[in-house]
Design a protein around this ligand. Structure first.
Ligand code: FAD
Length: 368
């Protein structure tokens, strides 16, 4: 705060410090008991957080959950605040693969797994998972049926909901009912543009934006990704990616795509003169929504069936993690839970501290 031009002393004096105390000692799951029934918007309003800092510090989180702050649980946003700002001395580190994901991560990982005898079948949609007569599960796609001792369900919200609806004997009725109540966040758009000329030399690899219509961030891919860097050095152009999260359900695609490019022209005016030599627009709506009061319905890693576990960003864990880190962490927790059956110790997990970092601030938070 001391270093940021966004926080003035006058702004700070206007804040409601008592309402802000929960930010100082974030613990899981207590933060959900305290703040899951409040929206991110109402929580910020109660703190009287400075308007400009609001955009800087909170709206960006809220939108990175693909949700409007009025619909997002305050607990989820406060947890993010802890992970990013107050939970660790190290702060936030951005890391990205230096080649496209398939080349940098997925293909080498699949090769590694195959080397251990794993049958990787990413193109197959699972239709049903049913408990087998002799224990374990029968996992069916539209062409095959296979029996497995254990199952990890690691699907997006829609995929999990429809799979469970088609698999009426999984776990127990209460669990299945809660799964069907989970909802996906609104649609989002990722536009990648190949420009015939470069953006200005001082443009960063990633820029988060707020107040530019639906535009949430701009990446200049040749700054950090090999494939784009090779294209840019061959052609003299730039590869730019624009993200717009939490778009209206009935958004008109062409219109939104055009608007997003117009916002790029405002943020980086030199792009106005550029010709778009190629473009890709990805529309999806497969991120989980963390609505006000939704925590209770989210599945935990373990289910009532010890051989059936759940992983993914939508899973509740008792660790301060979110987004991709929650997907990966819950994946390890799921694997660890299954390995217990064979008496094998699983993966040790590291997270940022699971409480406020400073004893003095924790003491202050207890006063609230
Ligand atoms: C544009 C964008 C930017 C992001 N940026 C960041 C970031 O900077 N940092 C960060 O931490 N997170 C980020 N995220 C969020 C991150 O991508 C997610 O948190 C993460 O991918 C969640 O992983 P998951 O395994 O839970 O679900 P997913 O990645 O959605 O995987 C679920 C998989 O299940 C498959 N599936 C569904 N139904 C079936 C079925 N019946 N049979 C077989 N397979 C099925 C789907 O095809 C999908 O591959 C971003 C997300 C987006 C969209």
């Amino acid at each position: 705060m001391a270093l940021s031009p966004t926080f003035t002393l006058r702004d700070l004096a206007r804040m409601n410090p008592v309402a802000a105390l929960p930010l100082l000692d974030v613990r899981v799951p207590e933060v959900y008991e305290r703040l899951d029934d409040v929206s991110a918007h109402d929580f910020l309003h109660s703190i009287r957080f400075p308007e400009a800092a609001h955009h800087l510090a909170f709206e960006v989180f809220s939108r990175s959950f693909f949700a409007d702050p009025r619909r997002l649980s305050a607990a989820e946003m406060v947890l993010m605040f802890h992970i990013y700002f107050l939970g660790s001395a190290e702060g936030l580190l951005f890391d990205v693969p230096d080649e496209p994901f398939p080349a940098a991560l997925w293909e080498p990982l699949a090769d590694y797994l195959r080397g251990h005898g794993v049958d990787v079948r990413t193109g197959a949609r699972v239709e049903t998972v049913e408990p087998a007569e002799d224990g374990g599960f029968v996992v069916a796609t539209d062409t095959t049926e296979r029996r497995h001792d254990t199952t990890v369900l690691a699907l997006d919200t829609e995929g999990l909901g429809s799979l469970v609806a088609r698999s009426p004997r999984l776990a127990d009725a209460g669990w299945r009912e809660r799964i069907t109540r989970l909802r996906a966040a609104p649609p989002f758009l990722v536009s990648r543009l190949w420009l015939d000329r470069p953006v200005a030399a001082d443009r960063p690899g990633f820029l988060g934006t707020s107040g530019y219509g639906t535009l949430d961030n701009v990446s200049v891919l040749e700054r950090w990704e090999g494939e784009s860097a090779r294209w840019a050095s061959r052609t003299g152009g730039s590869v730019v990616e624009l993200h717009a999260y939490a778009l209206p359900e009935r958004a008109v695609r062409d219109v939104e795509q055009k608007r997003l490019v117009e916002q790029l022209h405002r943020v980086y005016p030199e792009t106005r003169a550029a010709t778009v030599v190629d473009e890709r627009h990805e529309w999806r709506a497969d991120c989980p929504l963390f609505p006000v009061g939704g925590y209770r319905d989210r599945p935990t890693v373990r289910t009532s069936d010890p051989a059936l576990v759940v992983a993914g960003d939508l899973v509740r864990t008792d660790l301060p993690v979110a987004l991709m880190e929650r997907a990966a962490t819950s994946g390890f927790l799921a694997a660890n839970a299954l390995l217990e059956r064979w008496g094998v110790r699983g993966q040790t997990l590291w997270t940022v501290p699971d409480r406020g970092r400073s004893a003095a601030l924790r003491g202050l938070a207890r006063l609230g």
